[in-house]
Design a protein around this ligand. Structure first.
Ligand code: NDP
Length: 270
């Protein structure tokens, strides 16, 4: 019988994770069954218990449960601890649970390997200070950028994150109005694109050398990507590659094999 895995969330029907993980399994000759499981909003603990009792070997966790799962798990990776969120759970054979967060490494792999960006010494602007932003800060700082600036509508949240990660590298917080210089890389980790909005980024932040990356993915250009193209960004990308790369890192944790991601990115782009 195939080992069972699932992505849990609410809502969850839209998730691309079953398609991605089955493609990984096929490509790497692994036998798995991967489903999308809807968990009641007030039922995360019962949901984890039920899935573990049913013999699931691991889970991906998505909105809105990443922070709740982080709170409930005691055994976590350092990157998950710093991220304040868990997106991957391993159910061990002895009944214990282990939490990890692969979102940050997923973003960095997409930027460095799929887009060929050298993050060292780059001036990076991270827009947003929610869960997605927090999860990518430590992995980005590990590449030793010249500066990581976090800009957020609510400045206090950006300041909190900057203080939290200050010991790991050059990081500062800013309001949108305080942005006066341009950046090599702008990463949109706000949820503004979900509503077709663009954060109020000053045009001085972008030059013809700026790479613009939206964590949201879409078949058509997001509002942020449209803004970037209008301001002559050198290159743009949505977050589909990040989604596939974070999934590949989860797959590696569960199966001990790192699948080929480019074929799956190409498949999803079709
Ligand atoms: P949160 O709700 O935790 O945070 C939302 C952030 O967006 C906050 O910083 C908020 O600012 C800001 N924001 C919302 N609307 C606006 C606006 N109109 N103008 C300016 N700022 C705005 O969301 P997450 O961090 O969980 O997710 C953010 C995005 O990242 C989503 O689009 C999500 O789909 C994407 N994502 C993609 C992944 C991938 O694999 N590609 C993985 C994880 C997330 P404030 O603090 O002021 O409210």
């Amino acid at each position: 019988m195939s080992d069972k895995y699932a992505v849990i969330g609410n809502p969850i029907a839209h998730s691309k994770s079953p398609l991605i993980h089955h493609a990984f399994a096929k490509e790497s000759d692994q036998s798995i069954a991967y489903t999308a499981e809807l968990i009641p909003l007030d039922g995360i603990e019962a949901g984890l218990d039920t899935l573990q009792q049913k013999g699931f070997k691991g889970l991906n966790v998505t909105v809105p449960f990443k922070e709740q799962v982080w709170q409930s798990l005691t055994d976590k990776s350092e990157r998950a601890t710093l991220a304040g969120a868990v997106n991957t759970i391993v159910f061990n054979d002895d009944g214990s649970r282990y939490g990890d967060n692969t979102d940050g490494v997923g973003l960095c792999l997409d930027l460095t390997q799929n887009h060929g960006i050298d993050l060292a010494n780059k001036r990076i602007l991270l827009l947003g200070a929610g869960g997605a932003a927090r999860g990518v800060i430590q992995p980005l700082l590990a590449f030793q950028p010249a500066q990581l600036t976090i800009a957020n509508r609510t400045l206090r949240k950006a300041q909190t994150l900057a203080a939290l990660f200050n010991h790991l590298g050059p990081i500062r917080a800013a309001s949108f109005e305080q942005l006066t210089d341009n950046f090599d890389l702008i990463i949109n980790a706000t949820s503004a694109s979900l509503r077709g909005d663009v954060p109020p980024i000053p045009s001085a932040s972008i030059s013809s050398q700026t790479f613009c990356y939206d964590m949201m993915y879409s078949n058509t250009d997001t509002a942020f990507i449209q803004w970037a193209k209008k301001h002559q960004a050198v290159k743009t990308s949505d977050g589909l590659g990040m989604l596939v790369e974070q999934a590949a890192e989860s797959f590696r944790l569960w199966r001990g094999i790192k699948p080929n991601t480019q074929t799956v990115i190409d498949l999803l782009r079709q």
